[in-house]
Design a protein around this ligand. Structure first.
Ligand code: OMP
Length: 287
């Protein structure tokens, strides 16, 4: 019997958002949030916070995005909590986008790719955020490792923080730095686009970037991959902003929200309801 080709990350993401709506729910255990849930800001509090998020989100949202920094802050035992959560979410069929924004030179990038996306990664994620400021092509090991294992990457292009534009709007000859990321991701997604499918190389474009997409003349619809839009909620990004920022690329947008959703905890049902309501609202907008 001929083995079936494994589904790509883009295919799995499309199916997940069709089933659950477009929300990417963040797990960002900030000290203030953990304490507002009545937990102590220590390893026990981190574990309890994470377990509540997993219970609320697993099987109920399309994608969960744990922010690695908040787990790394507790050292190897914090990372073990993160690895446990990744495993539980994926076992429930929920896609995990690990937000670690890794970026380095080729051989070191290859080690990061193996660590998070490889065939023998200890706790592989379905996708990883990556930082392209050592050059788009420095990401090659992550792009190739992800593709080989049906996983994805999200490349920073226009980040939601106000300082991002100092680098991302800068021009390299005719092209802005952001546009090199758009063209790089589009090239990775050519085959998927030709097949009428969502590609597995995504970009990060914040919901808070105002008119930057238009000013820089970026063709986000041509990327052919998912467009992670953080900044919804706590950073001030609204559903209306998503419309303005993304225009005809709206169907590929994966809006991400962390604090705004997490503030509905610690009650599991309350947290799940907030995530579902946010996802439903966004689904109507993106339809
Ligand atoms: O890659 C990201 O997810 C990301 C990119 C970006 O441009 N801006 C941004 O806020 N993020 C992440 O998205 C999350 C935003 O959290 P909230 O502002 O609480 O919704 C954090 O984990 C950020 O690190």
């Amino acid at each position: 019997m001929t083995p079936q080709p494994q589904p790509t990350f883009g295919q799995r993401l499309r199916a997940a958002t069709q089933e659950h709506g477009p929300l990417c729910a963040g797990i960002d255990p900030h000290r203030a949030l953990v304490e507002s849930w009545g937990l102590t800001y220590d390893l026990d509090g981190l574990s309890a916070f994470t377990a509540t998020c997993v219970e609320a989100f697993a099987g109920h949202v399309a994608v969960v995005k744990p922010q690695s920094a908040f787990f790394e802050a507790f050292g190897s035992r914090g990372v073990a909590v993160l690895e446990g959560a990744i495993g539980q979410l994926r076992a429930a069929g929920t896609l995990v986008l690990l937000d670690a924004k890794r970026g380095d030179i080729g051989s070191t990038m290859a080690a990061y790719a193996e660590a998070y996306l490889g065939g023998s990664a200890p706790a592989p994620a379905d996708a990883l955020t990556v930082s392209p400021y050592l050059g788009f092509e420095s990401l090659r090991p992550a792009l190739d490792t992800a593709a080989a294992h049906g996983r994805g990457v999200f490349v920073l292009a226009l980040t939601s923080n106000p300082e991002g534009k100092d680098v991302q709007h800068a021009r390299l000859g005719a092209l802005s730095v952001a546009e090199t990321m758009v063209l790089g991701a589009a090239a990775e997604n050519v085959q998927a686009r030709a097949a009428g499918e969502l590609g597995s190389t995504g970009l990060v474009v914040g919901a808070t970037v105002g008119t930057a997409v238009q000013e820089l003349g970026l063709d986000l619809a041509a990327v052919g991959g998912p467009l992670l839009a953080p900044g919804v909620g706590a950073q001030g990004g609204t559903a209306e902003d998503l419309k303005r920022v993304f225009g005809d690329a709206l169907p590929n947008v994966l809006p991400a929200s962390s604090r705004d959703v997490l503030s509905a905890g610690p009650d599991v049902a309350g947290l799940r309801d907030r995530a579902r309501a946010t996802s439903d609202r966004l689904a109507t907008l993106l339809a």
